[in-house]
Design a protein. Structure first.
Length: 453
């Protein structure tokens, strides 16, 4: 990494970054208040607001968004005539899943084997700390050269659209010349990467009903239509024999032009068990970044422990569909719902209801902001050139911002490289990545100011 005075300052700020990340990780800020207390998310929001105020931000506010969560906003004025850059992250996190599978407590930042482990360490509380560190370093070297707006979302992981709806109702709030979304990640730790595309997503809840009530399987089984069996057949219809997603009417044959993803690397990153095949067709990059992908997120049915010998009257599942750029998420939702309802066996009653949606995103990588980011990443990563990749995940706010501000340049960087294992047990962040990307962001803000101010 560069040994410039700015780089030395970023390095000196790392102990503080670790301390603050530990404080933020300690909040169990899962924005599903049926699972975790709302007070945990509110506490994380207040922590972010206090951190912004301590850095001199003005107009700091906890924004009550339509989905019942809070986003944190602040504005740091820069020199007169300087461009404005919006920095984004989110403080809400995924549930820890099986806490017993965590080597260390999920909400206690723990250093192990050169990484910092904890839920949200990379996705995306580390992004909050990355932004703060970059700004602090610049303040020690002549000040922040741009006007800065910060928005930290409180429900990104839920896909409930609170901040998107708030931004649409207050379009003047987040206006900027460039937006840095700190919620992506390098293709490999140590390989500087910007994310050019995001798949959109839709979530649909499917309900199957066949009987007025459960029946004894000995007395009625064999003739009475089982709702759980019907649901299994409906869900199975969403995949071809090779595991490819097959939603009727939805194109699934696009190709990715860009950075390749060797299959052996993917198997290692995904920790696929020996002898288990990958699913789908085409290259790994095609499957992850250019084609739709369906996932059954959950099924409501009796657990094995305590199950009774019954034919089930009703069953329910939550289905996620990731859609690539070029596909309208609303149209994909209609196709998915029609497919689910049309796949019912035995005349079972099937209803599909949308519960979340976000559009896909494609960035303009030829813009001046990307030129500035390429130079910043090159310096922060010892001369390595910036790579461009896609990301299979979704950040619904990106398309909302692109629609509201069509002239604004949007860049995606972040700490969620494959080893981070975001959304899985034992999520972690690489401290070296945090340091380098904090430096890169500081360098970008300098370069962007010079080019646009």
């Amino acid at each position: 990494m560069s040994d410039s005075p700015l780089a030395q300052t970023v390095a000196a700020l790392q102990p503080r970054a670790r301390t603050e990340l530990a404080e933020l990780v300690a909040f169990k800020s899962v924005a599903d208040f049926a699972q975790f207390p709302k007070s945990e998310s509110e506490g994380a929001a207040r922590w972010v607001a206090d951190a912004l105020r301590a850095e001199g931000f003005e107009d700091v506010a906890l924004l009550d968004t339509p989905d019942g969560t809070q986003s944190v906003y602040g504005h740091l004025p820069g020199p007169e005539g300087a461009p404005t850059v919006l920095l984004y992250a989110h403080y809400d996190v995924q549930p820890p899943l099986d806490e017993a599978a965590w080597v260390s407590p999920p909400f206690e930042l723990t250093e192990r084997d050169g990484r910092w482990y904890g839920r949200g360490a990379a996705d995306c509380k580390g992004g909050v700390i990355m932004h703060l560190t970059a700004l602090r370093a610049l303040k020690e070297h002549g000040g922040v050269p741009v006007n800065v707006k910060v928005i930290v979302e409180g429900s990104e992981e839920q896909g409930t659209g609170g901040l998107e709806r708030y931004a649409e109702a207050h379009p003047e709030l987040l206006t900027a010349d460039a937006i840095v979304i700190g919620d992506a990640g390098n293709f490999r730790a140590g390989l500087p990467t910007v994310t050019a595309t995001l798949r959109g997503m839709t979530m649909v809840q499917v309900q199957v009903d066949t009987l007025e009530g459960n029946l004894h399987s000995g007395q009625f089984g064999g003739a009475a239509p089982d709702a759980l069996a019907a649901l299994i057949r409906v869900l199975d219809s969403l995949r071809a024999e090779d595991g490819s997603t097959t939603v009727r009417g939805l194109a699934a044959d696009a190709s990715w032009e860009g950075l390749s993803y060797p299959e052996e690397d993917f198997r290692s990153d995904a920790k696929v068990l020996d002898g288990v095949e990958l699913i789908g067709s085409g290259t790994v990059a095609d499957r992850l970044w250019a084609r739709p992908a369906v996932t059954v997120l959950g099924i409501d049915c009796p657990p094995v422990v305590g199950a009774t010998p019954s034919v089930h009257a009703s069953a329910r599942a939550l289905v996620s569909l990731r859609v690539p750029p070029g596909t309208d998420a609303a149209e994909a939702t209609k196709l998915l719902a029609a497919h689910l309802e049309g796949a019912a066996p035995w005349g079972a009653r099937v209803t599909a209801e949308q519960v979340g949606q976000g559009q896909p995103f494609r960035a303009d990588t030829d813009s001046p902001a990307y030129t500035s980011m390429a130079a910043a990443l090159r310096e922060a990563y010892d001369g390595q050139e910036m790579q461009i990749s896609g990301m299979g995940g979704s950040i619904p706010l990106c398309n909302t911002l692109a629609g509201l501000y069509p002239e604004t340049e949007i860049l995606l960087i972040g700490l969620s490289e494959p080893e981070a294992q975001i959304h899985a047990v034992n999520e972690s962040v690489c401290p070296r990545e945090l340091e380098r990307l904090s430096l890169a962001e500081a360098l970008f803000l300098r370069s962007f100011a010079d080019g646009r101010g």
